[in-house]
Design a protein around this ligand. Structure first.
Ligand SMILES: Nc1nc2c(ncn2[C@@H]2O[C@H](COP(=O)(O)OP(=O)(O)OP(=O)(O)O)[C@@H](O)[C@H]2O)c(=O)[nH]1
Ligand SMILES: [Mg+2]
Length: 194
């Protein structure tokens, strides 16, 4: 990813930004969405925190290689968020996905050490139900000792019913970032040639 530019934060999806293929990043607060964008693009502070979740959803658009967008959404699953707030979040995401013509895939970030939370599972089920491609990216792999990583990965995959697209990474050590970066770039190429 040679070029990476922050374009804008936007609250609606009927924009020129929707004319390029897009990856939407979802994940609970603090899971490492912004750090993941920085790791993917080899930047220290391209993406900062995406702000507090509220009634409107602010999507941060990062233009990569002048050819596609990584879009950082606010985190879900704040501790005190009620069930209806969670439904509201899914409603907002549903609106984004259905008004965006060029979403290649959702990158759903989960915490490798914590494993999938109930909120993660709820969002994941919703994404599967609408038939969009999901790539699970488990972050903070460095927090689990190397000797236990295999077992932890196996357990996470089991809870998720063995997802087709699964990556475990560390944004801190950059462990396995190259694999998901490759997948993302291939997705853009495939999208452009169909
Ligand atoms: N050890 C470790 N820490 C990480 C990793 N990724 C992110 N962090 C740390 O986790 C914290 C949250 O990271 P962010 O990238 O801001 O998380 P976010 O998902 O963008 O958070 P919101 O924008 O608030 O939803 C920061 O202190 C990061 O330094 C990782 O792979 N390993
Ligand atoms: Mg963030």
């Amino acid at each position: 990813m040679k070029e990476a530019v922050y374009i804008k934060g936007s609250t609606n999806v009927s924009d020129v930004e929707n004319q390029l293929p897009t990856y939407l990043l979802l994940g609970r607060s603090n899971v490492g969405k912004s750090s993941f964008i920085n790791a993917l693009t080899n930047r220290k502070a391209l993406a900062r925190t995406s702000g507090t979740p509220g009634k409107t959803i602010v999507l941060n658009y990062y233009l990569i290689n002048s050819s596609f967008y990584l879009v950082d959404a606010p985190g879900y699953g704040y501790a005190k968020r009620s069930k209806s707030m969670q439904n509201e979040f899914i409603g907002m995401i549903d609106n984004v996905i259905h008004n965006h013509p060029k979403i290649i895939s959702v990158l759903l970030l989960i915490d490798f050490k914590v494993g999938p939370t109930n909120d993660d599972l709820e969002i994941y089920d919703y994404l599967l139900s609408i038939g969009i491609e999901v790539n699970i990216v488990a972050t903070k792999k460095d927090k689990i000792p190397k000797t236990r990583q295999y077992k932890q990965e196996k357990e996470i995959k089991k809870v998720l019913n063995n997802p087709i697209n699964f990556y475990s990474v560390s944004n801190t050590t950059k462990d396995s970032i190259d694999k998901i970066r490759e997948k993302i770039l291939q997705g853009v190429e495939g999208y452009e040639s169909h």
